[in-house]
Design a protein around this ligand. Structure first.
Ligand SMILES: NC(=O)c1ccc[n+]([C@@H]2O[C@H](COP(=O)([O-])OP(=O)(O)OC[C@H]3O[C@@H](n4cnc5c(N)ncnc54)[C@H](O)[C@@H]3O)[C@@H](O)[C@H]2O)c1
Ligand SMILES: O=C(O)[C@H](O)[C@H](O)COP(=O)(O)O
Length: 373
């Protein structure tokens, strides 16, 4: 079996070598000819899998994307061609939720405003939105949720309409898929009209897809003096982003919100399981076989540790400002894709085992840290 895998996908050899020969490709440069005699194609979000790419695919029987988003894949085409398909739903939900928590703590600290008491609006309450809502229960904040699709399905009673959420929230964080047409279209969901109506001082976070916010309109309102704290991980037209927007963004990063070691590795693991099922093979390999020991594993919190110190613990494991610095210093020289490829190791909160007073342990556990017995 011939397996072609994106060069930025970790652990492919470890998981897939038993199935056959593994070859790597550059995600943005894959050509139709490279798919001749290939049985399995493993992509990440930057490879468009469409009619043109599959023109020479004579043996392809499985396509997997180690991502949550599937807007780069023509899934109808795959089913028409009888090619099995799998994505990795939820693989990096924890990572994105932790990115948001890290940003919230950093911003509220820098703005000298406590996080507690703030109203946080989550748009899109799927894997990431609900993981984030769950973590936020550990903090003393109000959470508003908007997900009309889940609401229509009877799965989200607390849903409120987007414009009401935008008006009532101090923080708005976007976690919808990119949907280009139809009733629940998310392309430019946050358009010029909505941007102009945002209340001064709002924190707006986008870690889903760049196209969900009209970036040109955003640049325009910022140039006109809009008072918004922007946290952008995703951009329209990556990797050729609207660079003047960078001057107006508090924390900017290169589409890495989901890039914890665990998040990326879970994506590979999920595709391995999917291929095992397709081929009727028992999937015996697991994440713990491959993940390295984190560099910091334990912390003991003294009785003087207070709620405000949780920010320090969060930032010990992941401080979003690290990624903002990397982008601002290196984008012009290295380029967007190279910064993604060489992203420094980031681990999830769960890799830190914390020993603390019982009331604090419950909170930290809710946030995702491992609590010692
Ligand atoms: N920045 C990153 O690194 C990164 C990482 C992972 C995922 N993502 C993006 O985040 C998106 C969300 O991820 P997820 O795992 O939570 O996906 P998901 O499919 O589990 O959840 C998406 C939710 O959005 C809802 N939704 C759809 N249209 C909506 C609309 N118009 N308004 C409000 N809600 C709407 C859906 O009903 C669903 O519940 C992915 O599609 C992907 O594009 C980005
Ligand atoms: O949809 C997703 O899962 C994310 O956007 C994913 O983290 C994108 O990262 P990439 O696959 O491009 O590395």
């Amino acid at each position: 079996m011939k397996i072609l895998a994106d060069q930025n996908m970790p652990l492919v050899e470890q998981y897939f070598a038993d199935f056959g020969e593994v070859e790597r490709f550059d995600g943005r440069k894959l050509t139709p000819e490279q798919l001749i005699d290939v049985d399995v194609l493993l992509t990440r979000s930057v490879t468009k899998v469409d009619t043109a790419l599959l023109a020479c695919a004579n043996k392809l029987s499985f396509v997997g994307t180690a991502t949550i988003g599937v807007d780069h894949i023509d899934t109808h085409l795959l089913s028409d061609k009888n090619i099995a398909f799998s994505s990795a739903p939820g693989c990096n939900a924890i990572a994105v939720a932790e990115y948001v928590i890290s940003s919230l703590y950093a911003l509220t600290q820098e703005n000298a405003q406590p996080l507690s008491g703030k109203t946080i609006g989550i748009v899109g309450v799927g894997n990431i939105g609900s993981c984030l809502a769950d973590k936020l229960k550990a903090l003393n904040v109000n959470v508003l949720l908007c997900d009309p699709i889940k609401h229509e399905q009877g799965l989200l009673k607390e849903h409120i309409e987007l414009d009401e959420l935008l008006a009532k929230s101090d923080v708005v964080t976007l976690h919808v898929p990119l949907i280009k047409t139809g009733k629940h279209k998310t392309l430019h969901l946050i358009d010029q009209t909505r941007l102009k109506a945002l209340k001064p001082g709002l924190i707006l976070i986008n870690a889903c897809r760049g196209e969900v916010i009209d970036n040109r309109a955003l640049l325009k309102v910022m140039e006109q003096g809009a008072d918004l704290d922007l946290v952008l991980d995703v951009w329209e037209n990556e990797p050729d982003i609207l660079t003047p927007l960078l001057d107006h963004v508090r924390y900017a990063s290169v589409h890495i919100a989901g890039h914890t070691l665990e998040g990326k590795a879970r994506g590979t693991q999920m595709l391995y399981q999917a291929l095992c099922e397709l081929k009727n093979v028992k999937g015996v390999k697991s994440l713990n076989d491959f993940l390295p020991e984190p560099v910091i594993t334990q912390a003991t919190l003294q009785p003087s540790f207070e709620d405000e110190d949780i920010a320090r613990l969060v930032h010990l494991i992941y401080d979003v400002r690290r990624d903002d610095g990397i982008l601002l210093r290196h984008l012009a020289k290295d380029g967007f894709d190279s910064l993604r490829k060489n992203y420094p190791v980031r681990r999830e909160f769960s890799t830190l085992e914390v020993q603390a007073a019982p009331d604090l342990m419950a909170k930290l556990n809710q946030l995702g840290f491992t609590t010692a017995n």
